[in-house]
Design a protein around this ligand. Sequence first.
Ligand code: AMP
Ligand code: MN
Ligand code: MN
Ligand code: MN
Length: 284
Amino acid sequence: MLDYDFHCHSNISDGTLTPTELVQRAAGRGVKVLALTDHDDVDGLSEARAAAEGLGMVFINGVEVSVTWRSHTLHIVGLGIDPDYPPLVEGLHAVRSGRGARAQKMSDELAKAGVGGVLAGAYHYANNPNMIGRTHFARYLVESGHCKDVKSVFNRYLVKGKPGYVPHQWASLGDAIGWIVGAGGVAVLAHPGRYMVGRHSMGKKTMQELLAEFVELGGQAVEVVTGSHTQEQYAEFARYAEQFNLLASCGSDFHGPNESYRDLGRLPDLPIICRPVWQSLGVQ
Ligand code: AMP
Ligand code: MN
Ligand code: MN
Ligand code: MN
């Protein structure tokens, strides 16, 4: 069992706990080294760091950047970043800035599909309105009785090909890696197995092209153990990590109690062939 968790969300993005509550929960579950990786925003880091250090934990500054690569939306986690590095701050600001107009369009598209007037409800769930996203819509659609849980809202309304899905241009892969590496961090390809399931997913050849390009652009690690991988995918991405000479990361991708596949910490060990990402984060 690992005491490391390098991927989770607070209510600065689409988690439900405040940074302090998140850190307290992690500590209570035995996490010794924690990275907060909110989507496209670093505003929770100072509060989380203070809480973590107060509890004797090691805290790693993180972020999860939304990226458009070919026709795919990818997530790139940055670990060990300087959150004040100006190109990172400006880059994340630019990524966030499209979210308001996108949310309006999502609401319009849902209305056409017979689900009217959801914008205000979605914003009600967004503690940080600059970070309004699909999860906030999903929570509202559950509360208002349209679906039984968040997962069902995504499957019915919010994934590619469904009525409330609005295509969006996020950061480029090169920019995201550049901001992270420039900020002194390690760029990690998040939950790669997720890009290989579903109707619009990538095949093995495209995954290999992505990994090659990711390395070429300065990416250094890949998530092997994550809340969205199966046991088979731990092995599969451990092999990819070896093949592409990437470090391996592990994180729950926790968003909130009763909502995530995995709670904080208590993650299975990385496969033995992996070189753990914490070796390059100065953590033993
Ligand atoms: P956004 O950045 O607004 O596109 O929202 C992306 C977030 O939606 C992800 O970080 C997940 O938290 C959540 N999400 C994406 N796909 C799903 C899914 N199929 N089921 C549940 N949550 C999802
Ligand atoms: Mn999320
Ligand atoms: Mn993600
Ligand atoms: Mn995440």
